[in-house]
Design a protein around this ligand. Structure first.
Ligand SMILES: [Zn+2]
Length: 276
């Protein structure tokens, strides 16, 4: 879920369907829209010499896509052993139950309602499947249940909708909270600075090969929007819709409903911090 197309000054990426790193392969789901960019990126992740694969975000309930994911893994000599979800939005998770049926694998997610099988996912968990190592990084903000997955062997992080390959994401008020989102961006920045992560494998849009630049861009964009919202409120724009019309005048109107969620999250944040 996004609130804009490409933005000026934003790091540009490449690769939609296909191999993005040594361990991560993208199968693009056929659900493009203003909110999902080119469609949902379903990620197949595996150790190079392993016959087991992990799938992250099966995507929408679209049998041809789900079967294409299974076949792509099989063509590479792999069996899907585990399914993970970055969060519960339907463009990422709606196909999970059917995918689990096709692959007879458990589904692990932060939200217990999305799990199939005994195991959930929590901050600090390390997934080890066929020698692959994925570290679970809690990144709430887009939604309360948003997770990212750190793939240290490829210096990469799978970010779901927390960072996208183009544009910026929605803080989906009231479930998503701006304070959480800013903390999550700072946590992702520390992965780039302290843990050498260079590549963002997003839930939508192209791969970004300047992870730190992408995080800094998101932090700067959020700070700019927040200052704009604060100024708009001070100028007397009181309702979320009124603030959107004022602050998001440069954004396509089809994205205004999504922008309104982000504005509500920003108004909450400003109120909580005594700024308006
Ligand atoms: Zn989402």
């Amino acid at each position: 879920m996004t609130d804009a197309a490409a933005l000026p000054g934003q790091p540009r990426g490449g690769v939609l369907s296909g191999a993005a790193t040594a361990r991560a392969y993208c199968v693009l789901a056929p659900n493009p829209s203003a909110m999902t960019l080119d469609g949902t990126n379903t990620w197949i992740v595996a150790e190079p010499d392993s016959d087991l694969a992990v799938v992250i975000d099966p995507g929408p309930l679209d049998d041809s896509h789900l079967k294409a994911v299974v076949e792509t893994a099989e063509r590479a000599g792999r069996r899907v052993a585990l399914t993970l979800l970055t969060h519960g939005h339907p463009d990422h998770a709606e196909g999970a139950a059917r995918f689990a049926e096709l692959t007879r694998t458990p589904v692990r997610a932060l939200d217990p309602a999305l799990r199939l099988g005994d195991e959930g996912l929590a901050a600090g968990d390390v997934i080890t499947t066929g020698g692959l190592e994925l570290r679970v990084v809690p990144t709430p903000g887009h939604t309360a249940d948003s997770l990212s997955f750190h793939l240290p062997a490829d210096a990469a992080v799978l970010t779901g909708d927390t960072i996208l390959g183009r544009g910026t994401t929605v803080v989906a008020h009231p479930d998503g909270r701006l304070g959480d989102y800013l903390d999550s961006l700072r946590l992702l920045r520390s992965l780039t600075v302290d843990d050498g992560v260079t590549t963002v494998l997003p839930g939508h849009g192209p791969v970004l090969n300047d992870a730190q630049g992408a995080v800094e861009f998101y932090l700067a964009h959020r700070a700019k929007r927040l200052a704009q919202v604060e100024t708009a409120v001070e100028a007397g724009h009181r309702t979320a819709a009124d603030v959107v019309a004022h602050v998001y005048a440069d954004v396509d109107r089809s994205l205004w409903p999504a922008a309104e969620l982000s504005v509500r999250a920003q108004l909450d944040y400003l109120g909580e911090h005594g700024l308006v």
